[in-house]
Design a protein around this ligand. Structure first.
Ligand code: T1G
Length: 694
């Protein structure tokens, strides 16, 4: 019996206890231990029933994802499940925490399932580009019905214990001590001779033959571009058409196909990268950090209000400072309206909203910030204003208060220099809407102390963000790469493409929206203002590529003015505007460019490879420590399709040599000032490697 699993007896009940921290993943040792435990229980004549339960914070959280991509080791999970189900003695799963993936497939092969009220049960394999590969697609529809199985398996979203009981997955919900109650339940099964039935012997029935196609059509937009959800639907359909054993064979074949797919490799990369990203190379795991018990937020505008919500959502009180009463009240009203909207949708209780609002202390006085552990400035994006604010904060806040700027591109070192505490100054760049977007770029200045940026990483996690540590440069990581995509798309408009063609190509690549639809939604005046702020640093061609200027000068700022690149009706539905096509065509003539046909392939290569090339330069400069930092930024801040893994992972999937050759092609087409390959890409491509090559 491996130490990961031990077998014990209490009276005539065998107990198989799994203890494989941190989440009792089904490693080979755990699978073997479960099987050995069952063999012991079956062989022991004193034992009439068995319980499977876990120590630690949760029941089994699934197969050990770290084993994927390596040669599979016996016993395979489907075989362990079959062994459980074929046991001549009833087996009861006693669940707490999160029973996920294989961690729910084990209970589905048991004869009874009980759980604590707080437990959650789910089959999240689809989020890894997989499907449940140990009978989940064949047993769940038999136990809970086809509709419930379709929802649960294609969404990957867990259900709580009450819902699981309603679905017929659970036989009982346990209040009190799980193990004690499991023993009582087991004795009841024995004494009352409760009928023991294998889930695999039930029937899975489809309400109608079209239920699967209808479900796929109804969710086409949600599943767009991903392979796994549609394979999940296929496997569930198979459960209604084939005998169980046949269905298991088909499920296994689909699982192995998906496991080997680029999309699953990318999604597993995303899973581990979003956990690795908070570990800072060179910092010890026990790096001291400062406790953040109270936060000050300067500015109650869109960003400041969203940032304040992030902290009060985590139970951290916020002092919210504005310069004028009416701006403070306006900001509070927006926060209140946001919460009220969530309450109205039934996703937040009124008392929770009230509690959160009570944690916000509005003020017009800087003095109210003096005891804050962290102050985040979210005022106007102007260096002079930032310097004035930080100068004041430096004099008012107690020693040790961390002073952070939410700036999206201004130089943190310059801001820090206006204080006597540069070691306590950094950037915390939230993405709008701050209370929704998961990405937080933590910008460390040259003098920011490790304790301070380690604190920012930790508090980022506390407020539910995915924090990435980045260095100081124009645009940090995300916006610096985005600027290259924006430039290339602008150039392609001049050379022959139209906004809707570019938007469609980038949407089909997997982004939620194309750049021009996105610009119209955010407001073209923001990009226009940024362009004016940086105008002197632009190249002659960038200066002359002034299509957005011309559109904004007509007062067309996008959805909020009824037109931008697109025309909008009263429901904000977009239609391409012939006037914009005419403006762009005329612009090409003015700048002396003969328009040509531009393929979607060229659009994607120039939009994405320009970012990859910039990402490589960001790595060379140490602005990001690892390729995974860049991927996490783009996955969580800009909607890069997760099933492609992020720009740097995608480069490896395409093949870095292929990317390099394309960069050379566009260097010749567009010019060396825009397309000089980064030395890192040149070297790696030359060595036949990728960013993630070991
Ligand atoms: N395998 C290996 N390691 C895992 C793991 C797993 N399934 N789940 C978590 N970890 C590690 C994680 O990398 C981190 O490690 C630590 O545990 C804590 O995780 C056959 C094929 C369970 C809700 O998809 O959703 O079963 O960074 O930081 O926020 O059909 O982990 O500390 O070194 O996320 O409290 C299906 C994935 C697998 C569940 C806990 N199961 N895990 O969240 O902690 S495929 C999943 C989670 C499968 C079968 C198929 C969450 C959690 P480190 P954490 P958390």
């Amino acid at each position: 019996m491996s130490e990961a699993v031990r077998f014990s007896k209490e009276g005539n009940i065998g107990i198989i206890t799994i203890n494989n921290p941190p989440v009792n993943a089904l490693s080979q040792a755990v699978r073997a231990g479960i099987r050995t435990g069952l063999e012991k229980g079956i062989a022991d004549n004193d034992i009439a029933a068995m319980i499977i339960l876990c120590e630690g914070r949760t029941f089994i959280a699934g197969a050990d994802i770290r084993e994927f991509g390596k040669p599979p080791l016996e016993p395979y999970l489907p075989d362990v499940c079959k062994f459980i189900e074929d046991s001549p003695k009833p087996v009861i799963a006693a669940i707490h925490g999160t029973a996920l993936g294989g961690g729910l497939e084990i209970p589905l092969s048991c004869h009874f399932r009980i759980a604590t009220a707080a437990a959650k049960l789910g089959l999240p394999e689809v989020k890894l580009g997989l499907l449940p590969g140990a009978g989940g697609t064949q047993r769940l529809p038999r136990l809970a019905g086809v509709h419930a199985a379709l929802e649960m398996i294609t969404s990957g979203v867990p259900v709580n214990a009450a819902r699981a009981k309603d679905m017929g997955i659970l036989d009982a919900i346990i209040e009190g001590d799980l193990k004690a109650e499991a023993l009582i339940f087991a004795k009841k099964v024995i004494n009352e001779k409760l009928p023991v039935r294998k889930v695999s012997e039930r029937q899975a029935k489809a309400d109608s033959p079209s239920v699967f196609d209808d479900f796929a059509k109804a969710n086409a937009r949600k599943f767009r571009g991903a392979i796994a959800p549609f394979k999940c639907i296929d496997a569930i359909r198979i459960a209604t058409e084939l005998p169980f054993a046949e269905g298991m064979k088909r499920e296994r074949a689909i699982f192995l196909e998906l496991q080997a797919s680029d999309q699953s490799r990318a999604l597993r990369h995303v899973f581990f990268s979003e956990r690795e990203v908070v570990r800072i190379p060179g910092l010890p795991d026990d790096q001291p950090t400062r406790e953040i018990r109270s936060v000050g937020v300067l500015g109650a505008g869109t960003m400041g209000g969203g940032i304040a919500m992030c902290f009060v959502n985590a139970g951290i009180p916020v002092v919210l400072l504005e310069v004028k009463q009416e701006m403070l009240e306006k900001g509070l009203a927006v926060i209140r309206k946001n919460y009220a909207g969530t309450v109205a949708k039934g996703k937040l209780k009124q008392e929770v909203m009230d509690k959160r609002m009570s944690l916000i202390k509005p003020t017009l006085s800087y003095n109210d910030l003096k005891d804050a552990d962290l102050v985040i400035e979210a005022v106007f994006e102007d260096m002079a204003v930032k310097k004035e604010v930080f100068g004041k904060l430096d004099t008012i806040c107690r020693p040790g208060t961390i002073l952070a700027s939410n700036t999206s591109y201004l130089n943190i070192d310059e801001i820090a220099a206006t204080t006597k505490r540069p070691q306590d100054v950094m950037g915390m760049h939230f993405f709008s809407p701050a209370n929704v977007m998961r990405l937080l770029e933590n910008v460390r200045g040259a003098k920011t102390s490790p304790e301070v940026y380690a604190t920012a990483m930790k508090v980022g996690r506390t407020i539910g963000k995915v924090p990435v540590l980045v260095g100081v440069c124009d645009g940090f990581v995300g916006n610096r790469m985005l600027a290259k995509r924006t430039r290339e798309c602008g150039f392609m408009l001049e050379e022959g493409a139209l906004p809707w063609q570019i938007d469609k190509a980038i949407y089909n690549f997997g982004f939620p929206m194309g750049p021009y639809a996105m610009g119209d939604m955010a407001g073209l005046d923001i990009g226009w203002r940024n362009r004016k702020a940086k105008f002197d640093s632009l190249t002659p061609r960038e200066k002359a590529c002034n299509i957005i200027d011309k559109i904004c000068e007509m007062g067309r700022f996008g959805q909020k003015t009824g037109s931008g690149f697109y025309q909008y009706d009263e429901k904000r539905n977009a239609t391409p505007d012939p006037m914009i096509e005419e403006l762009i065509t005329r612009h090409s003539q003015e700048v002396g460019i003969t328009r040509r046909n531009i393929t979607d392939q060229e659009i994607i290569e120039r939009a994405i490879y320009s970012m990859i090339n910039e990402g490589a330069k960001i790595l060379e400069e140490g602005i990001a420590a690892r390729p995974l930092d860049i991927d996490v930024v783009w996955l969580n801040g800009y909607g890069f399709p997760a099933y492609l893994g992020g720009p740097m992972f995608y480069a490896d999937t395409v093949g870095l040599k292929k990317v390099y050759d394309a960069i050379l092609k566009y260097r010749d087409l567009v010019g060396t000032e825009y397309w000089t390959p980064s030395p890192l890409i040149e070297r790696l491509a030359g060595e036949g490697k990728g960013f993630y090559s070991k």
